[in-house]
Design a protein around this ligand. Structure first.
Ligand code: KIV
Ligand code: NA
Length: 277
């Protein structure tokens, strides 16, 4: 087992080998992703949609995040575990934000937290950093802003929006975040941000010029049958594989070929004879 990956180690990878990150919502997905030697596991609030079936991420609470983060960190992965701060856990006050980030570390064993938004989140980001908790930022298409954005739309397309995003990234990097997720923005804007900030950028739907990439576990494995966004590459079709396996199991049960001899326990003959007497 190599040394555990830390937030400072991720920061030090700027201009180094590209960083890889994948979401993990439970012990099984964490073990699978960690055994593939990714750099970071993201306990993303996307779990609200992907594993809890909500319409968006807004229903997710700190308690829900802790439930899933704990399952991931119990597997003691080598990868850095980054846990999302859910909506409204860092919007009410700076004090409440620090307490919530602290719960993700103390109870969820997070190695870092991630929160969405730019300069307007700076007081909160600074306070969490002051509490010695590494922070990953998240700019561009920020799903917790779904109503404010008027839907899930590519961001940073106008000159003003692009300038704002660059200024946000610079301010966050200056404040001390160890990395910035760039989601749903044009490739050229992500390239500019990546050149302009001294911390790694982690792209999702942000083109190839970022310092790393992140994808949702279930999307990249084809573990669900919902249509996926343009930016997803599906490396497997595990939903089809799983459905087919369960169909075969079900057929075997119905025709009586499962369980077979090798899948069955037996009682000692003398005990059985006594039982039947
Ligand atoms: O919740 C999540 O999965 C995320 C990634 C898409 C960056 O925040
Ligand atoms: Na998220």
């Amino acid at each position: 087992m190599s040394e555990k990956i830390t937030a400072p180690a991720i920061l030090a990878r700027k201009n180094g080998q590209k960083l890889t990150m994948v979401t993990a919502y439970d012990a099984t997905s964490a073990q699978i992703a960690d055994s593939a030697a990714v750099d970071m596991l993201l306990v993303g609030d996307s779990l609200g949609m992907v594993v809890l079936g909500y319409e968006d991420t807004l229903a997710v609470t700190v308690d829900i995040m802790l439930h899933h983060a704990s399952a991931v960190t119990r597997t003691n992965p080598n990868a850095l575990v980054v846990v999302d701060m859910p909506w409204l856990s860092y919007h009410v006050s700076v004090e409440e934000s620090v307490r919530n980030a602290g719960r993700l570390v103390r109870e969820g064993k997070a190695g870092a937290v991630k929160l969405e938004g730019g300069r307007k989140r700076l007081p909160v980001v600074r306070a969490i950093l002051d509490a010695e908790i590494p922070v990953m930022a998240h700019l561009g298409l920020t799903p917790q802003s779904v109503h404010a954005m008027g839907g899930y739309k590519v961001q940073g397309k106008s000159i003003q929006a692009a300038r704002d995003l660059i200024a946000d990234a610079k301010a966050l990097a200056q404040a001390g975040v160890f990395a910035i997720v760039l989601e749903g923005i044009p490739d050229s804007l992500a390239q500019i941000v990546t050149q302009e900030v001294a911390v790694p950028t982690i792209g999702i739907g942000a083109g190839p010029h970022c310092d790393g990439q992140v994808l949702v576990f279930h999307d990249l494995l084809g573990l669900h049958k919902q249509p996926v966004a343009k930016f997803v590459r599906k490396y497997a079709n595990l939903a089809d594989t799983a459905t087919e396996a369960i169909q075969r199991y079900s057929a075997d049960v119905r025709e009586g070929s499962f369980p077979a001899e090798k899948e069955t326990y037996h009682m000692e003959k003398s005990v059985l004879e006594a039982l039947l007497k």
